[in-house]
Write a protein that binds this ligand. Sequence first.
Ligand code: ATP
Ligand code: MG
Length: 384
Amino acid sequence: VLERPRHLKAITSSLRHRPIVALLGPRQCGKSTLARSVAKAYAGRSTWFDLEDPQDVARLAEPTLALKPLRGLVVLDEIQRRPEIFPILRVLADRSPLPARFLVLGSAAPDLLRQSSETLAGRIAFHHLSGFDITEVGPDRIDRLWLRGAFPRSFLAKSEEQSLEWRENFLRTFLERDVPSFGIRIGPSTLVRFFAMLAHWHGNIWNSSEFARAFGVADTTVRGYLDVLGATFVARLLTPFAASISKRQIKSPKVYVRDSGLLHSLLRLRDREDLERHPQIGASFEGFAIEQIIQQTRTDPRDCYYWRTQAGAELDLLIVRGRHRHGFEIKRTASPKLTPSMRHALDDLDLDRLDVIHLGEHAFDLAKRIRAVPIRELAVTPKS
Ligand SMILES: Nc1ncnc2c1ncn2[C@@H]1O[C@H](COP(=O)(O)OP(=O)(O)OP(=O)(O)O)[C@@H](O)[C@H]1O
Ligand SMILES: [Mg+2]
């Protein structure tokens, strides 16, 4: 088992400040494992409900009655199965003194979950979990993390073959069993095809009509497919940042397959050599680095953007926190150079700083407020 002390600390600390903590992330990223470590600290004073287990669901037939007498920590695993429990948590979270805190785990954030969480404003803290990150695996295993992706079972597999096999199984189970169980009614074969096409689109700006044509359905329908993969944390949708309303702006999100390992298996890249030969290797690295940055800086996905102007200037990732703007460019090279586009981004967006994440060994300044940063350094850089 690979320890995940940063997440453990963050969740434990959130639980001290909020009556409810939601741990959200894709299937199989390690939510239950992490929650078990959190629960350990509560010694005997924790209760676990797995909402995929019919027996546990039966124990919760009368949720208020079942939850009210509990003390310590209550874990509700796979909460998306019973979103109607959310309103009940509100009442239980407002008790004083507080007899119990709730850790809810979810593999999907459909609208219902989002809406009910709004009624819990101020009472709930969200914690996003992905597979392993660079800090957890260490700088020397970045290549493996990129190639195999971050799902624990895929990353830790004994061989490349076993890793790939795990990912192929995961995709099948996820699209054929999990997605339908979230109450989403899209045929599995349609979603399989859609996910494969999305992989080829990885790192590009979403184009509804292109996908609609390929699937022979309405624009809104394919956009619905995309949102399903976003809500289940397997696709990343980056919103375009609107610097000013006077300029003609691109409105569509940029889309990525979040896990590089899943991307590679969707693209049928079996090993390092396949990846090296593939035209999308740059896009793959870009998506990988973006996910790492978002995790490392623990940024709320809603604060993440991309930026592009009609004139062709662009920024791969923009993180906006209050009045602070931190830009990132990703370059799959060991020696990135300063480009006019970087200057434009710095000036037009008035960035505090722009980091150019690259594959080399050294960090160096490219210009004032523009710095080349090796991806290895993300493993040691403190939060921005
Ligand atoms: N830190 C870790 N080190 C080693 N293996 C891990 C770690 N975390 C998770 N795993 C393994 O990965 C698999 C998925 O983990 P886990 O069940 O915790 O994920 P999950 O997010 O709860 O998945 P699901 O949504 O399917 O319930 C398990 O086989 C688990 O043993
Ligand atoms: Mg689980």
